[in-house]
Design a protein around this ligand. Sequence first.
Ligand code: SF4
Ligand code: FES
Length: 370
Amino acid sequence: MSEQQLFKVTIDNITIEVAPGTSILQAARSIGGDVAPPAMCFYSKLQGSGGKCRTCLVEVSKGSEKDPRPMPKLVASCRTTVMDGMEVKNITSPKVVDARAGVVEFLLLNHPLDCPICDQAGECHLQDLGYEHGKAGTRYEFQRRTFKKHDLGPYIQLHMTRCILCYRCVFTADQLTNSREHGVLSRGDHSEIATYIEKSLDNDFIGNVIDVCPVGALTDKTFRFKNRVWFTKPVDAHRDCPTCSGKAQLWMRGDEVFRVTARKDEWGEVKDTADGKPGWICNECRFEKKAANDWVIEGPSVINRHSVIAQGHYLGLKKPEETIVKVMSGQQPRFFMDIHDVSGVNKPNIELSLINGPATSDVFNETKKD
Ligand code: SF4
Ligand code: FES
């Protein structure tokens, strides 16, 4: 059998070979780093995902070896497959950078800026997208669209006001559970994720919609407002589960397990298990096993060092030796700033912090007149 012919594709001046049928986004991910466009709706573990949010737009400056004409418009890299000899520009294209800033502005039109109270803060893809690709201001002057919060079953809360309609949760419910119970209802500005006749989603795997949601629209009711993610320590753990792989990530503070999630890869998608299948976890593992002794802890999870969660991470943490105290014969650095001793401005017998009322000329040394 002849070997499969590979396609050569150049993305941001880096050339690689990929199998025919690979999307530009997946090819860029195999290069990694900033070359990979951001993706808010595409999720490689969900069939049919992508093509909704337009954050992954790229410029195709050469269509293929056979037809080198550039593509007339920016294309969604998650839905466009590579051609042999294709040349693509992502961060090297000013057009892409500009269009992406516009997409961020659109995504934020109706999204509340409630990061300080949102459970997703610190691991929100929209927050990262805004910082990396957005602009400081918005031109939107109208009232934002709001919805009432809904309970989707006993464990999940939907805060539709934050939803960016990426459809990931709809695909998850469709592909992981036996019956499709929720979807996008209505059109345009009125579109919303909803369950028909408030039917609760009580399927064994429905908790995974929380993990796929790129923003804080779907939250875990057992964790809501209990902690900020950067104060918790993520550890990999497993248990013998009859329903799922039992391989999860625990978010702990001390001995307390605050949250259980699936393990995620560098793109924020659920990691594959050893058998090559996505490691979705069941509701029992996610919502009901909240004691440390329910789990066998494997060790600290590897967290991207640019993530705010890594700020509190302890793996390999080496504090530099404190040398100031040593060289200053035991004096603490904060005492270096004791202005009562060193200031040439106020009189040495006057402590500025202890005077009654505002300082007057009596307090200060006389200015020398030449
Ligand atoms: S609730 Fe979350 S996952 Fe579902 S469509 Fe909205 S943003 Fe996407
Ligand atoms: S990730 Fe490609 S359109 Fe959303």
